[in-house]
Design a protein around this ligand. Structure first.
Ligand code: ASP
Ligand code: MG
Length: 400
């Protein structure tokens, strides 16, 4: 059996943790399995590299950032190989060049295109544990690229697909995927399984356990994932295609505090206004999430949308400059709360039940948006925890 195991930064943050991971991998190896290990940079090392870079140049070239980032992962894999060797097990570390992990050319946000499996296979055949740098790749100019923050998960899934691995385990510092953030909802429960689509929604909503492109990739190639803790032996959460007849109506409640609401008041009520507005934002690379347009009255209308807090002021400035309107109002004291569940598609009244939970707590809804398996509301940031708990209780998601 071939197993890919990925360990995040907290799992390799210091000497003890590195030996802990080494031992876990050796345990798997001693069962006779082929073991491929993917590592992130130690602890918060990637953040430290950013701080160092910004200290030198507040606007560093993206190519040089990637050049810098890659040392973080290279450091962890080399140290891990040393630990395993010390424990008497043959191990070898490889970076993106040595493997040949080919990506698109975009620095800082490259996508994996192709992985050469030959070198890895050769090393495995010699009964070595192969330890590979996460997050990094190389492009057609023979330059290093990186896959975006949190990208080591994607490296692991891509390797599992390329090597036709039997198992892909993502080790982190929590026990798996929860019905809600346990720090906010006391009786949050660990889920045994979630579907790819549910996990994608949760990852996009900032649930934080998996890089969302890793989930896309896992779905595309049918790689079953297990998310589990590196600090204990608990079972974790399996992410896979939904096979159950009885799908969970709601699997989890997620919150995203990084939201701002921009209200553009008194726009002309005529064709092309929405196009002009959102085209302005697109040109500035500002991502818009929820959108609401009011009914026209006296020849004017309002358009309200949400974006990240970082982008809100810039959005306001470009709109105020280029659009004919009465006012642009920005509110950053808002947050998104969402419910996610594959069973929503076939069950009526799910949204109503969520709104009832908010009404129970007298929480006002400012905006609503939905997808097939998600309902999201925008509410005042101060109400987030109360909203999450009320919704979690209403759908009876907690520990029984
Ligand atoms: N070290 C990189 C980061 O901090 C990649 C990862 O951890 O997945 O974003
Ligand atoms: Mg991560």
């Amino acid at each position: 059996m071939l197993v890919v195991k990925k360990f995040g930064g907290t799992s390799v943050a210091n000497k003890e943790r590195i030996y802990n991971v080494a031992n876990r991998c050796i345990e798997e190896y001693k069962k006779g399995n082929d073991v491929v290990v993917v590592l992130s940079a130690m602890g918060k090392y990637t953040d430290e590299l950013i701080t160092m870079a910004k200290d030198i140049n507040e606007n560093p070239p993206k190519r040089e950032m990637d050049m810098l980032y890659t040392i973080g992962e290279q450091m962890s894999v080399a140290l891990m190989a040393m630990a395993m060797n010390k424990l008497g097990v043959p191990a070898i570390s490889l970076n993106a060049f040595q493997v040949a992990m080919h990506t698109t050319s975009v620095y800082g946000n490259a996508r994996l295109k192709r992985i050469d499996a030959e070198r890895i296979r050769n090393e495995l055949e010699q009964r070595k544990i192969v330890i590979i740098t996460g997050f990094q790749g190389i492009n057609k100019y023979d330059d290093y690229t990186t896959l975006g923050r949190g990208g080591s998960d994607t490296t692991a899934v891509a390797l599992a697909a390329a090597l036709h691995a039997d198992k892909c385990e993502i080790y982190t510092d929590v026990d798996g995927v929860y019905t809600a953030d346990p720090r906010k909802v006391k009786n949050a429960r660990k889920l045994d399984t979630v579907t790819y689509d549910e996990m994608l929604e949760l990852a996009t909503l900032g649930a934080g356990v998996l890089h969302n492109r890793s989930v896309e990739l896992a779905k595309k190639f049918g790689v079953q994932l297990v998310v589990r803790s590196s600090l204990n032996n608990n079972e974790g959460t399996v992410v896979k295609e939904d096979t159950k007849m009885e799908k969970m109506i709601v699997s989890g409640v997620a919150a995203d505090a990084d939201a701002a609401r921009v209200a553009v008041v008194g726009l002309k009520d005529e064709p092309g206004v929405a196009f002009k507005l959102f085209n302005l934002l697109a040109k500035k690379n500002i991502n818009v999430d929820m959108i609401l347009q009011s009914i026209g009255r006296h020849g004017t209308k309002d358009i309200t949308f949400t974006c990240s807090q970082e982008d809100a002021d810039e959005a306001k400035a470009v709109i105020a400059e280029a659009m004919e309107c009465e006012d642009v109002d920005v509110n950053k004291d808002v947050a998104k709360v969402s419910i996610v569940g594959a069973g929503m598609q076939t069950n009526a009244g799910v949204a109503a039940k969520m709104f009832e939970a908010l009404y129970d707590e007298n929480i006002n809804i400012r905006m609503i948006s939905t997808s097939e398996i998600r309902v999201t509301v925008l509410i005042d940031a101060k109400n987030v925890e109360r909203a999450m708990n009320s919704i979690h209780d209403k759908f009876d998601l907690g520990e029984k």
